[in-house]
Design a protein around this ligand. Structure first.
Ligand code: HEM
Length: 456
């Protein structure tokens, strides 16, 4: 039975596939969210209206319309992406709207602004060195697991200034469980269930959130007792809004969870995709090793190396193009005055923009499925169509942190090890982030970095 098309007859946007009563396109979307979105735009064009349960969605695929929405000065709503996500991040910056969002953003942003990220670079390099100390020549590793442990170590160090002890391990386990449950909810009918419906999955996430609240609460209290320090939680505790008010303990909890959740699974996933792609592009991988050897020689990477490693940066850009961890920008919800291409969008419509779809479009990236880091800086890469960190006022708050972290970690690993990744490139499994659907296994080969030659 056609749902899309009904009730949107007055809309000038193209009606997408017919859905089912009540659930709309949820079955097809849930089976393969990325494939569904790619087909939606291939078959219906750049601005398509469809339904997911009771939700009316306008899905956009071309950079101009996407920029119009994400760059809009209007206070759009943000789509509530489910009961579980709400339990995890509370009312943090990523879920708030209007004046509440402006206050939160103003309080959190200074903690990760670019000149402060410089101060976190030594922790990133130290964590990499400590983690790589545990690797041996010939060892077989699960790449996503290793990259996750590494970025978790950095999250603990940069958030709390602490070593990854038992408390942090419990927190990490509970966060991983919560992220898994949220991913399952997002792909299935659970996303449509009202909050009061009890399900086994909801009981599991409640338990995980309970652990998160206990462990994180204690880590924050420890930080508060120790007084001012230059880690992220210390900065959140010290932040004051325009009226001199601090964040409440609950608000600090919500923001710390969001920085943790937003800040390490994304980077671990991007690094895993990068090693997969590099393993299949020997020339790109050799160029990475060469650049790292020439620029770093035997020393550890530092903040300034981000700008000295242009090929490594291109590898990062190209990885984020082909495998953007955040496959769907948190949807904006149309308010009075929202327009796209000069046309009014009905109030309440959720506007979807997927970096995964647009960044794989041959109109903006010729030979779009090929991993070609060299395309960056040439007409073969249309920067307007590249938005792995979203765009506009709500663009990723940690983008600079992530870019520096990705470049320094790729360099630190490539300096000492060659990752011989076996098997083909797995399909992505989209949840909160899109990570490989099956394990990525690599055999490690230790490298002897070339000695540092000053001036090279
Ligand atoms: C490869 C790594 C990362 C990717 C791909 C990524 C991507 C994104 C995207 C697409 C958004 C939504 C932007 C929008 O709505 O327009 C976002 C928001 C956000 N990200 Fe990231 N992110 C990454 C790393 C980080 C890191 C390291 C942090 C923290 C240190 C972080 C913190 C946040 C926060 C707090 C928001 C919400 C901003 C708001 O709603 O105002 N992210 N991120």
């Amino acid at each position: 039975m056609p749902l899309v098309g009904r009730g949107v007859g007055a809309s000038p946007f193209v009606a997408g596939p017919r859905g089912w009563p009540l659930v709309g396109c949820l079955p097809a979307f849930g089976r393969d969210p990325l494939g569904f979105l790619a087909r939606l735009h291939r078959d219906h064009g750049d601005a398509v209206v469809w339904r997911l349960g009771p939700l009316r969605i306008l899905s956009l695929a071309d950079p101009e319309r996407i920029a119009e929405v994400l760059g809009s000065p209007l206070d759009h709503g943000v789509l509530d992406i489910g009961w579980m996500f709400r339990q995890l991040v509370g009312d943090s910056v990523i879920r708030s709207e209007g004046a509440a969002w402006r206050r939160r953003r103003a309080l959190v942003q200074p903690a990760v602004r670019p000149n402060r990220v410089r101060g976190f670079a030594p922790a990133m390099a130290e964590c990499a060195a400590e983690h790589l100390d545990g690797w041996t020549d010939g060892q077989r590793v699960d790449v996503l697991r290793e990259m996750t442990l590494l970025t978790q170590r950095i999250a603990v160090r940069t958030l709390f200034g602490a070593e990854p002890g038992a408390r942090a391990a419990a927190l990490a386990g509970a966060m991983a469980e919560a992220a898994h449950e949220i991913g399952v909810e997002l792909r299935g009918p659970g996303v449509l269930l009202p909050g009061w419906v009890p399900t086994p999955a909801r009981r599991r996430i409640r338990r995980a959130v309970g652990v998160i609240d206990t462990e994180l609460g204690e880590l924050v209290r420890e930080r508060a007792r120790e007084g001012s320090a230059d880690d992220l939680v210390g900065r959140l505790l010290a932040a004051r809004d325009t009226e001199g008010r601090a964040l409440t303990p609950r608000e600090v909890r919500d923001e710390a969870v969001t920085l943790w959740a937003g800040g390490h699974e994304t980077t671990a996933t991007a690094l895993t995709w990068a090693w997969c792609l590099l393993a299949r592009s020997p020339d790109a991988r050799d160029a990475l090793h060469r650049e790292v050897d020439e620029v770093l020689g035997g020393r550890a990477p530092e903040h300034a190396d981000h700008d000295r490693l242009p090929w490594t940066r291109r590898v990062v850009e190209e990885t984020l193009r082909l495998h953007p961890p955040v496959w769907l920008v948190p949807p904006r919800v149309a308010v009075p005055g929202t327009t796209v291409g000069g046309r009014a969008v009905p109030v309440g419509t959720a506007i979807w923009c997927s970096p995964w779809v647009t960044q794989r479009d041959a109109r903006w990236f010729p030979d779009p499925l090929a991993f070609r880091p060299e395309r960056w800086g040439t007409p073969d890469a249309d920067a307007r169509a590249h938005f792995p960190f979203g765009a506009g006022r709500r663009a990723c708050l940690g983008a600079r942190f992530a870019q520096v972290e990705l470049v320094l970690l790729l360099a630190a690993v490539a300096q000492h090890f060659h990752l011989d990744v076996r098997g083909g490139i797995p399909p992505p499994l989209p949840g909160l982030v899109a990570h490989p659907a099956s394990p990525v296994t690599a055999f490690l080969r230790r490298r002897d970095p070339a000695p540092h030659r000053p001036g090279t």
